[in-house]
Design a protein around this ligand. Structure first.
Ligand SMILES: *Cc1c(COP(=O)(O)O)cnc(C)c1O
Length: 458
């Protein structure tokens, strides 16, 4: 058997529907060839993001009914706090409404103008929050992490030599915190090894620099460690997670990923005086420190989801499903980033449609075709998202990679849905010379990919 059956049975269903081809054609035109403008109900398989799109379990929904909406120290907060303390080993737990709120509170407290904040690769929101507070985000991922063909088992690792050099040159007092993103989302959902986390931690301890994990996908990362790193095959995911967190001083987390919920986040850390400062700031923007912008029922769903996210049967299915999609595409010769990461498959659109120049958005051309032909929604991570005008020369600078990300929501789609997606991509690949380039008709001054409008080039 190629794939193990899903480790769950289905108790509640949500209807999805493939709208007719002619309707999809009208809708994508009306949307200005931007899938962010499509009504979600008109999407058949939605692979826009894995964030906040998980299916909750019966156990989590039961927890929702046990929501205690008391303002302070609700029973759900007590469960939430105890669960996170048990999983991470950190002393203090601060809820926030999502991951970026945790980052905002941490960076606005720690980062001063001119400071440097290294990471393997910053996610958009951590990068933006560092910059917003006057800091300079620095990406120190290993060289293999930037090579789409490299099969390195831990492409999310940080280059420890580069980190040492950065600390020597900048001085420890200009580095208020070092982050490590597990798994490395912006680098293709690639994991970080335990050894690398330990070595980074050793360097930072010498210089007394705080070390925080961006822990959104920590459980998926721990599964990769169990499967790929020597010495971990016989440890449970919970044991591996506990060791991973033990090398750090704290973490930020978007519960919309590995906590299997639709909204929520938190900070967890050991330092007493920093915790006090963070809580003071939290009260200003998110709410009282025992709910942080969430309802009691949300805290309960997160506490239960975190435990379920560590379950090995679930993780084997989860990581296996993403790999399955990758393998089906590789077998058919479709160019993708290798090896498949934890939460998504990334198609190399430059290789997929070499006849479309970067100025005509080959990734977006593929996105449009996926919706038009199969009702699938994916996201472009290429020129539409990242191309920039050089302020000095006025020339457009294009990103190195033109990617189309197929992000897989957790526990939402069956392996048959995955096969449908693979078949659609493979059919497009066979007819790739028919893909048409696009040009912009509207762009906003910042984060233009969300609201851009385009038209097809004849
Ligand atoms: C999603 C994500 C965030 C931000 O979390 P939100 O809940 O979307 O605010 C931060 N870091 C990484 C690695 C993420 O994937």
């Amino acid at each position: 058997m190629k794939m193990l059956p899903e480790p769950f049975k289905i108790k509640v269903v949500e209807k999805i529907q493939l709208t007719p081809r002619t309707e999809r054609e009208n809708l994508i035109r009306k949307a200005g060839f931007n899938v962010f403008n499509l009504p979600a109900e008109k999407v058949y398989i939605d692979l826009l993001t894995d964030s906040g799109t998980s299916a909750m379990s019966d156990n989590q929904w039961a927890g929702i009914m046990l929501g205690d909406e008391s303002y302070a120290r609700s029973r759900n907060f007590i469960h939430f706090e105890a669960t996170i303390q048990k999983i991470t080993g950190f002393k203090h737990v601060i809820p926030t409404h999502q991951g970026r709120a945790a980052e905002n509170i941490l960076f606005s407290t720690l980062v001063k103008k001119g400071d440097i904040v290294p990471n393997n690769i910053h996610f958009d929101t951590t990068r933006a929050n560092v910059v917003h507070n006057g800091g300079k985000p620095l990406d120190l991922v290993i060289q293999e992490g930037l090579n789409p063909e490299s099969e390195h088992p831990f492409k999310g690792n940080m280059d420890v030599q580069k980190l040492k050099k950065t600390v020597e040159e900048a001085g420890a007092d200009r580095i208020p915190v070092v982050m490590m993103t597990v798994t490395n989302n912006s680098g293709g959902g690639q994991p970080v090894s335990m050894e690398n986390v330990r070595r980074v931690s050793d360097v930072l301890k010498v210089h007394k620099i705080p070390f925080f994990l961006d822990a959104c996908r920590f459980a998926e990362n721990c599964y990769f460690i169990q499967q790929r790193e020597s010495g971990y095959r016989h440890k449970t995911i919970a044991e591996i997670a506990r060791e991973l967190f033990s090398y750090a001083d704290g973490c930020t987390m978007s519960a919309k990923k590995d906590a299997l919920v639709n909204i929520g986040g938190f900070l967890a850390l050991n330092d007493d005086s920093l915790t006090q400062k963070l809580k003071d700031r939290l009260i200003l923007t998110e709410g009282f420190p025992t709910y942080g912008g969430l309802a009691g029922r949300d805290l309960e769903a997160i506490a239960r989801g975190l435990e379920e996210g560590l379950d090995e049967d679930y993780l084997r299915f989860r990581i296996g499903q993403v790999r399955y999609l990758g393998e089906l595409l590789i077998e058919a010769g479709v160019p993708i980033l290798k090896p498949p990461g934890g939460h998504a498959i990334y198609i190399d659109a430059k290789q997929f449609a070499p006849h479309i120049s970067q100025s005509q958005f080959p990734g977006q051309a593929l996105i449009v075709a996926l919706y038009r032909e199969a009702g699938i929604r994916a996201v472009e991570i290429g020129s539409l998202m990242f191309a920039r005008k050089d302020p000095d020369t006025g020339e457009t600078v294009y990103p190195d990679l033109e990617l189309v990300r197929l992000a897989i929501p957790r526990r939402v789609y069956t392996n048959l849905h995955i096969e449908y997606v693979a078949e659609a991509v493979i059919n497009l690949y066979k007819n790739r010379d028919r893909l048409k380039g696009l040009r912009l008709t509207y762009e906003a001054p910042a984060l233009r990919h969300f609201t851009a409008r385009l038209e097809e080039v004849a």
